[in-house]
Design a protein around this ligand. Structure first.
Ligand code: NAD
Length: 413
């Protein structure tokens, strides 16, 4: 811990460590958390209450999380003059597993977004979004329960690499001229220029995570989603490198879709089927045939669109958890923002952060406590005890506060 740090290490907890890319989880791990700004405070308190109770019920005091508050965002800026003190990503790296509420994006000051900064500093290259429906949650679909998918979105490359130049800028003009002079390709005058890098390294480490997840969690298939029919050397290459990785590293546990049908007539049960879909077709597929997709691996921009579209199918971002992961660091987070107009009203839906907490419990292998939470959320929603965002769309529902919803979940455990 840095000498002038603002956080206090819990005396009774033990650090999670890592050996040969495997996490070693003690029975009393220290887990850093960032409460977050705006509604962060309310949803964090609800989440902490639910997680602690589930652990207590599942392990009868034999396991316990020692929470350690670390700082970022508005609270950090107001108290310590820094939006993202260096000690915060350093602590997340050091403790391996952390969870955060939403953070205000500073206006001006050269920081694009604290989330993006954290992802970049910690090289959290996989954004993982499980999307499933809880019976009773209002959705636009007739059969929302058929969708149960985990999306692995590449987090560091693609048009999100942040390499772009404004229309009319010197560098954009020089670029346009170079492409004309050296490669005889025309780009219209005064175009803005953005670069879309996609590498074999970035693709393969993402697809590796997705396939490993499918194997570990008995998921039947992994779909590589790309726009390779148009962007052959970026999106098309993503697909090719994905298949290459499956063949080179997972030949015993995966089977390519074409082989699965042509040679085995779909009669293989013990292998993960690796397939690919073009992004535009995938948006149709996930609506019309959602049960054919279990794990999706995709590039950054496709993943951004697809995760929100899938979340909408099951009731919106308020119910969608997420995590950003590298090889030995995992940061779990609510997928929505700080909803500043609801700050300190004890009003909003804490499910996104609670479900991110469940992902975290699964990640550290404490699945029994995660299952207790999932079952209790399911029961609470079936009882139509929900926060305002769901209550206003459900007939005969009881509107609960954020903390009231957490208490209802706990009483259903
Ligand atoms: P937002 O997600 O904060 O809120 C948009 C609207 O969604 C809210 O007004 C509210 O009606 C609804 N909503 C959001 N979360 C809800 C919940 N848990 N329960 C019920 N309703 C909920 O998006 P915004 O207003 O565009 O952004 C506000 C701030 O949050 C900005 O500073 C933005 O940069 C930041 N942000 C942070 C993250 C993050 O930290 N992961 C993500 C998105 C936005």
């Amino acid at each position: 811990m840095p000498e002038d740090s603002h956080y206090t290490v819990p005396a009774d907890g033990k650090k999670i460590s890592s050996k040969n890319d495997q996490l070693i989880i003690p029975k009393n791990p220290i887990i850093p958390f960032i409460k977050g700004d705006g509604i962060g405070l309310d949803i964090w308190h609800a989440t902490e209450m639910v997680i602690n109770t589930a652990i207590k019920k599942a392990y009868k005091g034999k396991r316990i999380i020692h929470w350690m508050e670390i700082f970022a965002g508005e609270k950090s800026y107001n108290e310590f003059g820094k939006w993202l003190p260096d000690e915060t990503p350093a602590a997340i790296k050091d403790y391996h597993v952390a969870i955060k509420g939403p953070l205000t994006t500073p206006v001006g000051g050269g920081i694009r977004s604290l989330n993006v900064s954290l992802r970049q500093i910690l090289d959290l290259y996989a954004c993982i979004r499980p999307v499933r429906h809880f019976e009773g949650v209002p959705t636009p679909l007739a059969k929302p329960g058929a969708l149960n998918v985990v999306i692995f979105r590449e987090n560091t490359e693609d048009v999100y690499a942040g390499i772009e130049w404004e229309s009319g800028s010197d560098i954009a003009n020089r670029f346009i001229k170079m492409i004309k002079d050296e490669y005889n390709k025309d780009i219209r005058e005064n175009s803005g220029i953005g670069i879309k890098p996609i590498s074999p390294f970035g693709t393969k480490r993402l697809v590796r995570k997705a396939i490993q997840y499918a194997i570990d969690n008995n998921r039947k298939n992994v779909t590589l989603v790309h726009k390779g029919n148009i962007m052959k050397y970026t999106e098309g290459a993503f697909r090719d490198w994905g298949y290459e990785l499956a063949k080179d590293e997972f030949s015993d546990s995966t089977i390519i879709e074409a082989v699965f049908w042509d040679e085995y007539s779909g009669m293989v049960r013990d292998k993960v089927v690796v397939k690919d879909r073009i992004a535009d077709a995938m948006f149709q597929q996930i609506l019309l045939r959602p049960d054919e997709y279990e794990v999706i691996a995709t590039s950054n921009l496709n993943g951004d669109y697809l995760s929100d579209a899938c979340a909408a199918q099951v009731g919106g971002l308020g119910m969608a958890p997420g995590a950003n992961i590298s090889d030995d660091v995992a940061l779990f987070e609510a997928t929505h923002g700080t909803a500043p107009k609801y700050t300190n009203q004890d009003k909003v839906n804490p499910s996104s952060l609670i479900l991110s907490g469940v992902m975290m419990l699964d990640y550290i292998g404490w699945r029994e406590s995660g299952s207790l939470i999932i079952d209790a959320i399911r029961e609470t929603i079936l009882q139509k005890k929900v926060t305002y965002d769901l209550e206003r769309q459900m007939d005969g529902a009881t509107k609960l506060s954020t903390s009231g919803f957490a208490e209802a979940i706990i009483s259903n455990m």
